[in-house]
Design a protein around this ligand. Structure first.
Ligand code: GLU
Length: 418
């Protein structure tokens, strides 16, 4: 299917084929499981603040509709492309199935650079995108959430645009909204908290003491920063961090309280005086106990997988490790991998809680949210670990196999219409 041609889509397909071979899924069932159910591409003309009109391209891919509405984030980034969005949608499917959420996967995106756009331009773009998507979304059809380059405000605009169209407030149309308009307590922190929870579980497995452990975090957005804070609270020392502009390193540990002050002032962690500047490549090769890629896809490749020096690789980003890198990591049992669809599932799990709370108009305390989040993560982690140990397969293979199998079974029992 070459309309999806993209290295990230190729990567998701390669993973799928490996898992399908392992599960011995009949050839007849494979394309049905793998290919997106539907994909939308929309042109989004907006007024720029300087008076000109610019047309952006927006995407939404809904991977499968077998288990309920589709669910997944909306990304604003210059590199957004149909194939990338399709891969991310496929991963959302396996992630939701692995954690037992009643959703298919989806992902959307707009090829734009939000950092160069004003807040008004972003609002116009978001509202236009929502308007164009109205025939294809709904609380029981497709529910969006934040991803790279989008946030609570983006979701509030989407919810408002959709609600104006319907004629009444429909908070369950998106998740990751501000709490003031039906968002869930603990949603913003959920992905990073989940990452730290699972790192803690992995530390038990590899016999690592949090108070003696060091961590390196690539990406200091919503996920990377909350993961870093949560690890610090467990007693872990953060020795290197990065954002889109560059990285910083201090062997003795980075005081993230002070770093946050620097970021408040300079809008980047680059230039922080109590650490040395390092490149992204150096950051990933920094010797540490816990390496947390929390940025973009395809960061751990065949080029660096042999050299990363960590005991736990906690994939907070989606698709940070290529299949070629996976083959290298499989020969390195000293590196314990928490695969992305498990590691970052905290976000969509609490999105599910938010959707349930909105539908019921009955809201939970943050403690309730976090307790339930950890319970689901614990169950998924235990299942994946158990399967990986029993079947002698990698943690990624076990996680994907559990996710794919659930979707396969659902498709089988529902049958093929007509
Ligand atoms: N964008 C997040 C992810 O990749 C969250 C998706 C959601 O909450 O629906 O998992």
């Amino acid at each position: 299917m070459n309309i999806y041609e993209h290295p990230t889509f190729q990567m998701a397909c390669q993973q799928f084929e490996t898992v399908a071979n392992y599960l011995e899924i009949p050839l007849n069932d494979r394309d049905r499981l793998k290919l997106p159910k539907r994909s939308m591409i929309v042109s989004l003309p907006i007024h720029r603040d300087n008076g000109s009109i610019e047309v952006f391209t927006g995407y939404r891919v809904q991977h499968h509709l077998t288990l309920g509405p589709t669910k997944g984030g909306l990304r604003y980034h210059p590199d957004v492309a149909l194939g990338e969005v399709a891969a991310l949608a496929m991963w959302m499917s396996w992630k939701c199935a692995l954690t037992g959420l009643p959703y298919g996967g989806a992902k959307g995106g707009i090829a734009c650079d939000p950092r160069t756009m004003s807040i008004r331009e972003l609002e116009r773009l978001t509202r236009r995108y929502t308007q164009e998507m109205i025939p294809f979304i709904g609380p029981q059809i497709d529910v969006m959430a934040p991803d790279v380059g989008t946030n609570e405000q983006t979701m509030a605009w989407m919810m408002d645009t959709y609600s104006v169209h319907v004629g009444s407030t429909v908070s369950s149309i998106v998740t990751g909204k501000p709490v003031s308009v039906g968002g869930s307590l603990g949603r913003k922190e959920s992905t990073g908290r989940g990452v730290a929870y699972l790192v803690n579980r992995a530390m038990d497995i590899v016999h690592l003491n949090a108070s003696e452990a060091t961590a390196v975090v690539q990406g200091f957005g919503n996920v990377g920063s909350v993961a870093a804070w949560s690890l610090v609270r467990q007693g872990v020392k953060i020795i290197a961090l990065s954002d889109v502009n560059g990285g910083i390193y201090n062997r003795k540990g980075i005081d993230i309280w002070k770093l946050e002050e620097h970021i408040q002032k300079h809008k980047t962690l680059v230039g922080y005086s109590e650490a040395d500047a390092i490149t992204n490549e150096e950051l990933l090769l920094t010797p540490c106990d816990i390496l947390v890629p929390a940025a973009m896809e395809r960061q751990i490749t065949e080029k660096n997988a042999g050299q990363i020096k960590c005991r736990i690789l906690a994939e907070a980003a989606n698709g940070p490790t290529t299949p070629e890198a996976d083959r290298i990591l499989e020969q390195r049992p000293e590196v314990f991998v928490i695969p992305d669809i498990l590691c970052n599932a905290g976000g969509v799990i609490v999105s599910y809680f938010e959707w349930v709370q909105d539908i019921q108009s009955f809201f939970w305390s943050e403690t309730e949210v976090t307790d339930k989040l950890f319970r689901i993560l614990e169950g998924a982690f235990t299942q994946v670990l158990h399967m990986s140990q029993k079947q002698k397969i990698s943690m990624r293979m076990a996680a994907l196999a559990l996710g794919v199998k659930r979707v396969q079974e659902a498709k089988k029992v529902r049958g093929l219409f007509p």
